[in-house]
Each structure stands twice: as C-alpha cells, then as structure tokens.
Design a protein around this ligand. Structure first.
Ligand SMILES: Nc1ncnc2c1ncn2[C@@H]1O[C@H](COP(=O)(O)OP(=O)(O)OP(=O)(O)O)[C@@H](O)[C@H]1O
Length: 522
C-alpha cells in the first residue's frame, strides 16, 4: 500500500474542504501570540485579505505573522507584531482548488495547539490581492521543508488486529490525508502475523527513511523496538547478551499512532491518546531521546521494554487476558474483576536495585563512567515473600501537587509488593501513569530513582521424581512468565536483570508542559 492509496470515505475523513470550513476567521487574536520581532529576518511580506479584512502577511525566518490593521496601529510602536505561527507548526500552503479567475485563493495549513496537549489541523483561506500568491506559497513550502526533524519519507507499520482491529482505518482516516498535505512520502506495510514487527525491525534496512511510524498498540511498538535494537547492536558489533555492555543508540526516530488497546506509550509521548495529535506531532518533527528497559534472563538478553515490566500479579493478569483473547476488549475488565476475589500468589525472591545518585551524593558508584549510580542495594524484606514486582517507564518529575511522567528521563520508580491487595496494585499503577502522587504502604514499597534492578526467584523445588499437583504446575508456568508492555514473555532462567537505558530510542513526541505559541482564530 503506497502513499497514493485512496482515503476511505466516511464521516470522519479529513480533507482540505471539510477542514477549511472549520476555521477561517482572523478576529480575536490572543495577546499571547503577540511576539517580539527583534530576532526575525523578513523573507517576504504582502497585503492579503483574510475573512474580509486587509491583513499584512509577513514570512520571517521564525514563522508566519498576520497583522491586522488594528494590530499595526496598536503594537508596531512597541516593536510588537502578531500573531505568530512558527514554521514547526506550519504544515503547508497550496492553491485553493476552488480558486477562480476572479478570486485567487490559497490555503495555509497549520497546527493548532488546544488544551491538554491536543493538537488539530486547521486551515486558513487567504485571498490574494496583489498577485503574489505563488511567491508566498513557494516561500512557505520552502520554509516547511527546512523544519529540523520533519520527515520527508516514512516507513509505516500497521497492526490490523490490534485493539478494535481498526489499525488500517485509523491510518487511512487520521494519518494518510495529513501526511499527503505535509508532502510526506510513505511506504506502508501491514503486519501479517504475530512477531512480524520484530522480524521487520531486525532485518529491514531503514536507511532510506527519515522515520518509522507504528500504527498499533504498545505490544506492536515493543516488538518493532526489540527488532531494531538487535539490528543496531549487531551492526555495531555489540554483545547485547552482556548486561553491562554499552548499547548503541537507535538513530531512526519512531512515532506511534494509537490503534491498540492500552496505548500507554502514545499517551506518554504525546500527553494524550489521540490519533490526529500523534500524526501532527510526527509532522512537527520534534524528536526526543527516550528511555527503555533492557531485560536479561540468566546470562542472555531476553527483551526490551518500552513501557512496563511486571512480575507476579501483573504477569499473571496479562497471561489470563491472553487466554481470554476471544473476549476482545472485555477480557481486561473480566480478568480484573475475577482477580479481585482470587487468592494472592506469593513467590520467594531476592530483590536488589541501584539508584541514580543526586548531584551532591558521593556514596557508591564506580570509576567506569557509572559514578551517577549507587552500588547494589538489597531490598529489605525478611520473609523474601513478594506478590508483585513491577516498574513503569518514565522518570517522575515533581511538579508540586502532581508528578510529570517524563519518558525521556534516566530513572524509574520500582514497586515491590509484599502482600498488597490486587485492587491497590492496580490503583497504584494507574496513579503512577497519570502522575498522581502516591506513597509506599506497609505491603507495597515504592522506590524512586531506580536505574537497574535484579530479581532472583528462589524456587521451592519439590523432590525430582515427586508428582506435582495441577495447581503447582500452573504456579510453575506462571513463575516463568513476565509481563512486558502488556504481553507475556517466557523466562528460561528465574534470574533477571532489568536496566534502564536512558536515551536509547529516538521518538517523535513532545515534552509535557512545553510552551507553544498560539495561532488562534476561534
Ligand atoms: N497480522 C497479525 N496477526 C496476528 N497477530 C498479530 C498481527 N500483527 C500483530 N500481531 C500481534 O498483535 C499483538 C498486539 O498488538 P498491539 O500492541 O498492536 O495491540 P493491543 O495488544 O491490542 O494493544 P496494547 O498493546 O496497547 O494493549 C502483538 O503481540 C503482535 O505480535
């Protein structure tokens, strides 16, 4: 399926005509958008007509300014003009197909920043007055092509069976028209089987692409990321079976368009689960280095994790949901309710962890570039009985009454349940994801600033020839599973090391709480 494939018809199809109707006013310019013009160099300026008003349009090295006659009178003396739209938020400019001999019109497509991290595509109809529309369009297109990080060619990977099985439709409705508007060439591949994304990540040559876009859930992203991590290490000759090896960074940016069930990662990197926002953030081209977990089992590399690691309660939960896959989305709530009344499953383990040291903390660490980490700390738990050990990706940044969960950080919070109830475990996990502050309790230890942790499960072996009960056989099966980003993975060895690898990935996303200029007409 190449870029040219037609966008399926439907109520929510994005196209120029429908969107242009949404927004073509220039009144009510917000004072936030008035910016100082000092650092700008003017590229071209003209008088055009927007919403029936003569308006000065100025293209500068920083962006587009539209100056109404009122603005010019009120603000120019103070050296301030506006509103301002930075080039990163301009998608494209093109002739309006409805333009006639008598009325020359062109369209400016741009990104509107709404509240709570949401962004939308908007367009503005501009009426030419002086015959300069071609020059303005060419200049805008040239500046758009120079936006740092904006992709020109993308490899798109769609999971057709993720979430509600709408991967293809979500791509066609929310992404394809916007990529076309932004002149992004695409090569689309639809996965054909489980682990296909892993295979593609490990073997495909992405050198001719500016980025890869995953249209699916956290599971699909994890598979692709694992494949790409392996490919990158192999190319650099890194022995990734060695948990102490310094891994090569992945240099192809990855974007995620939510089409799965949980979609936790798209929430973390875009601040919201919203397909249009995810697409527009890819077009904006802002990229950040993200942290992931590298998991070893025994002396072997096991997997990467982009979102969550869980052992005990969470791996049991995911295993059960996989057994009930036929129930589709309902399996999550059904399993959750079922587990509330279930007896806790305990396992015996030794848990150790290392902490990111604060700048003024001189204890621990070693000489080989790991000065910022403490030595291994043994988790205090005399009975060694646990019912859950888990960690979620994201450094928790204190923001007063809440935390910002920063996927571009260098440490995580580790949860060690020593008998915590199932409901409380879920609640704590959800609170962490949504940045709510939460403290340790008597049976759930929450340890912040963790950079690595090790779990050694101490198995209660029952004499070699003795027959084991069905219940014990199920327990042994569960003991050999971990939850990685909502999928279960089999463990050969019950001796695990999990390391936070800061800055390993490159992600199309935004930093939360970032300040953006508004270009608002509504
Ligand atoms: N064509 C396919 N046929 C069968 N399985 C597939 C196919 N493509 C991908 N998969 C599998 O689908 C699984 C889940 O994918 P994905 O993460 O996209 O959706 P999800 O599980 O519904 O969402 P989330 O992980 O966000 O909860 C992955 O384990 C992957 O191996």
């Amino acid at each position: 399926m190449e870029n040219s494939s037609p966008c399926s018809a439907g109520d929510h199809v994005i196209n120029k005509d429908t969107l242009c109707k949404e927004n073509n006013k220039i009144g009510n310019l917000s004072s936030e958008s008035i910016i100082n013009s000092e650092s700008d160099a003017v590229i071209i300026e003209d008088i055009v007509n927007v919403s029936g008003k003569d308006t000065q349009i100025v293209l500068t090295t920083n962006g587009v300014k539209l100056i109404s006659p009122k603005d010019r009178i009120n603000k120019k003396k103070e050296g301030k003009i506006g509103p301002f739209l930075e080039w990163r938020d301009v998608i494209s400019a093109s002739k309006d197909p409805k333009s006639t001999e008598q009325s020359h019109q062109w369209i400016l497509n741009y990104i509107h920043h709404g509240s709570k991290s949401i962004v939308h595509h908007r367009c503005l109809k501009v009426h030419d007055k002086n015959g300069n529309s071609d020059k303005l369009i060419t200049a805008i297109q040239k500046q758009c092509s120079k936006v740092v990080g904006r992709p020109k060619k993308l490899f798109i990977l769609i999971n057709p069976i993720g979430g509600a099985c709408k991967g293809r439709q979500i791509y066609q409705k929310a992404a394809e028209p916007l990529f076309k508007l932004a002149s992004v060439e695409t090569h689309v591949v639809v996965t054909e089987k489980s682990k296909h994304a892993l295979e593609i990540g490990e073997t495909h040559d992405f050198s001719q692409y500016d980025g890869v876009v995953i249209v699916g859930g956290d599971g699909l992203y994890q598979e692709f990321l694992q494949g790409l991590t392996i490919q990158t290490q192999k190319k650099s000759g890194i022995n990734y079976d060695d948990p102490n090896a310094e891994l090569s960074k992945l240099n192809i940016p990855i974007g995620i368009i939510p089409a799965g069930t949980g979609n936790g990662l798209t929430y973390m990197i875009n601040g919201i689960q919203h397909a249009e926002t995810a697409v527009l953030n890819i077009i904006r081209g802002e990229q950040h280095r993200g942290q992931i977990f590298i998991v070893h089992s025994g002396s072997k590399f096991l997997c990467v994790s982009a979102l969550a690691f869980g052992y005990g309660f969470f791996s049991d939960y995911v295993k059960r949901t996989e057994e009930l896959r036929w129930m589709k989305k309902a399996r999550y709530a059904y399993t959750f309710i079922g587990m509330l009344s279930k007896k806790k499953r305990f396992f015996q383990a030794e848990l150790q962890y290392r902490l990111k040291l604060k700048a003024n903390d001189s204890s621990g660490g070693n000489e080989q570039g790991e000065q910022q980490k403490s030595d291994w700390i043994i988790h205090k738990n005399e009975t060694k009985n646990y019912n859950c050990i888990y960690s979620l990706q994201g450094e928790l940044v204190d923001a007063g009454d809440h935390n910002i969960v920063d996927p571009y950080g260098s440490h995580v919070m580790l949860g060690a349940g020593t008998g915590c109830g199932h409901f409380a475990l879920f609640k704590t996990m959800m609170y962490t994801v949504f940045g709510k502050k939460i403290n340790s309790s008597s049976n759930l230890d929450l340890i912040d600033r963790v950079t690595d942790f090790k779990i050694k499960v101490l198995r209660d072996e029952q004499g070699g020839s003795e027959r084991i009960s069905g219940a014990r056989a199920r327990e042994i099966e569960l003991e050999h599973l971990i939850d990685i980003d909502g999928e279960v993975i089999h463990l050969e060895s019950l001796d695990m090391t999990v390391r936070v690898q800061p800055s390993l990935t490159l992600i199309y996303g935004v930093k939360k709480k970032q300040v953006t200029h508004k270009f608002q007409h509504d």
